[in-house]
Design a protein around this ligand. Structure first.
Ligand code: DLL
Length: 434
């Protein structure tokens, strides 16, 4: 049996969870129908009225929401509360066109932070811990979410944000941090730097890490656990649904418990939209049943996973999701940043290049690399090496402005990128993440 932050909720009998979900869903559907014209139109188009939703068994009748809807309704079109009731926004990494902005009332912040507190307590956190948060702060949800959760648990919270790794390690040594929260790739990088600085795990006091925001394998978990001398816990979430803490791992480390008092999870066939039975592999769809400002009903996460409700030794009754096993769209997560290949294409076209390009993603020394190969036009091909190097630099800067991360650009001779006879294969992801 484990430790809980909100024991009664986290260990509620499954029947009770379902009752609570039904009750909250009915209320939420009414609320959204009355207050969100965008979703009301979707429901009307599908011929569903709030009265048709009598329990969670009726959830499948509701229309889906997708990232495309969020874009269409940007920025205020999906809000269920007036702006004056909202106290915060968070957003996905600053990319034009595909930006997602989520709104929070104080109540929404509270439940989000509770979810993060549950994750910290499940990882063994108590008020005696020193919790070093090295997820990015700002618009990204990682830093603010875990920071709030850490406060709720009563840990001494180190709001480090990411980067400046030697300083991270200095604080870790001086303040004897016991819990670290960051992306798994940053954890691996911290471990490597610790070693380079001549330290061993004996010099640090870490006991647990809470890692998420990107895919990571069991091998990576074992490496991090060994190199930092900790137990590594997975945490999942997405900006649209608040941020980290939609689900979190307990000491069993066999999947992440979804906070079912706040979210209803379904698995669908990504091609047909049909709801699949428990245990099937498919796309995760989430419904936020008690959010006020930005409640999303049946939001398609595009993350492929499996749900299981086997008895867990930790005593929690919430359904578990497997690690995401891939995506049903072409989004890549590179150094923690969500990247759509089409965003890179937009920059290339804007800068006058051809749409003949190849994106290569790999991982070297636990850091993601991004290489973009683009064909020169026949006029530009005669440029000098210096001119070409200058163009590569400009293009890399333009991509950085769009994505927030800098690629290595390679301008290559015309017609040197293999043409495809079917769907163009523009992305080669050499990382073995799933
Ligand atoms: O990454 C929220 C977060 C912050 C989660 C800190 C955990 C820790 P977004 O930037 O909106 O939000 O990206 C969401 O990241 O749809 C998944 O594809 C991926 N993702 C998040 N957590 C995990 C995980 C945050 N534990 C997208 N394993 C999601 C694999 C993850 N992928």
């Amino acid at each position: 049996m484990g430790n809980y932050y909100q024991k009664e909720l986290e260990t509620m009998p499954v029947e009770k969870i379902k009752e609570l979900q039904s009750e909250r869903l009915i209320k939420q559907v009414k609320n959204v129908y009355e207050n969100v014209a965008y979703y009301r139109n979707l429901m009307d188009k599908k011929g569903v009225k709030p009265d048709d939703i009598k329990s969670i068994e009726d959830l499948h009748k509701l229309p889906f929401l997708t990232k495309a809807d969020l874009r269409e309704a940007y920025p205020y079109g999906l809000m269920a509360r007036p702006l004056s009731d909202c106290v915060r926004i968070q957003s996905t990494s600053g990319t034009t066109g595909k930006r997602v902005v989520a709104f929070y009332t104080q109540h929404d912040i509270d439940i989000w932070e509770d979810c993060c507190a549950r994750a910290i307590v499940a990882a063994g956190g108590t008020k005696d811990d020193v919790c070093q948060v090295c997820y990015g702060y700002g618009l990204f949800t990682g830093g603010p979410g875990l920071n709030g959760g850490s406060h709720k648990v009563g840990c001494l919270t180190l709001p480090m944000s990411s980067g400046n790794t030697e300083r991270q390690i200095q604080f870790m040594l001086d303040l004897q941090s016991t819990i670290i929260c960051c992306t798994p790739s940053y954890a691996a990088y911290i471990a490597e730097t610790l070693k380079e600085m001549g330290h061993t795990t004996d010099d640090i006091s870490l006991k647990a890490g809470i890692f998420g925001a990107e895919a990571w394998t069991e091998e990576m978990r074992r490496d991090i656990e060994k190199s930092l001398g900790i137990k590594a816990y997975d945490i999942y979430g997405l900006t649209e649904l608040a941020g980290p803490g939609v689900s979190f791992e307990c000491e069993e480390q066999t999947g992440m418990h979804i906070n079912e008092d706040h979210y209803i999870a379904e698995i669908i066939d990504p091609d047909t939209g049909e709801v699949l039975p428990e245990g099937s592999r498919g796309e995760l769809v989430l419904t936020s049943i008690d959010k006020e400002a930005f409640p999303l009903l049946r939001y398609r996460t595009r993350d492929i996973c499996v749900l299981t409700r086997e008895k867990c030794s930790c005593g929690r009754t919430f359904v578990k999701m497997s690690k995401p096993m891939g995506r049903s769209d072409d989004m890549l997560i590179i150094r923690g940043v969500n990247v759509f290949p089409s965003q890179i294409e937009t920059v290339l076209l804007e800068q006058g290049y051809s749409p003949n390009y190849r994106i290569e993603v790999d991982r070297e020394n636990n850091t993601d690399t991004l290489d973009v190969y683009v064909e020169l036009s026949s006029e530009n091909f005669s440029d000098t090496v210096k001119e070409i190097a200058e163009k590569e630099k400009q293009l890399a800067a333009a991509v950085k402005t769009m994505l927030g991360i800098k690629p290595k650009m390679h301008l290559v001779p015309p017609k040197s990128i293999t043409r495809s006879e079917g769907k163009a294969v523009r992305v080669v992801d050499k990382r073995k993440l799933y």
